[in-house]
Write a new protein. Structure first.
Length: 135
């Protein structure tokens, strides 16, 4: 475990620092890419179990990698004509999945532009562009 224990002085309790799904967001994005290419329905199930990590994260680096995986997964599901349900019971048509994929891609592109401008590179834009041609 790469977590360290910190003591919360206010409550005099020990808790793990870095314990939680949000620290696996980069790996989750890569796993969703794999699922998108080989078994999108399993990828959707995985996304439903891990979506709360994205909703609770404010780390743009981790959000980029997670969203990149969501982009490819939703694109794969939409192109295969699959209809899926989320954990709240809402149904998404193939067109809605493709629309969500494009919205997610735009979000990734915005984050990529900020990182690339700061770093004076095209690393993040190139990483996102890799997924444009996979499906």
């Amino acid at each position: 475990c790469r977590c360290r224990i910190v003591v919360d002085e206010r409550q005099n309790r020990r808790r793990l620092l870095g314990n939680g799904k949000r620290f696996r967001m980069e790996q989750s994005g890569l796993l969703m890419c794999f699922y998108a290419l080989y078994h999108p329905q399993d990828g959707w199930d995985y996304l439903q179990k891990n979506a709360d990590a994205r909703e609770n994260s404010r780390n743009p680096y981790l959000c980029f990698w997670f969203d990149r995986g969501v982009y490819l997964l939703c694109k794969a599901l939409g192109k295969q004509g699959m209809t899926v349900k989320d954990k709240k019971g809402r149904t998404f048509s193939p067109q809605e999945l493709l629309d969500h994929a494009e919205q997610t891609r735009k979000s990734c592109a915005e984050i990529a532009a900020q990182f690339d401008a700061r770093n004076e590179s095209t690393y993040f834009a190139d990483a996102l562009a890799e997924y444009d041609n996979l499906l």
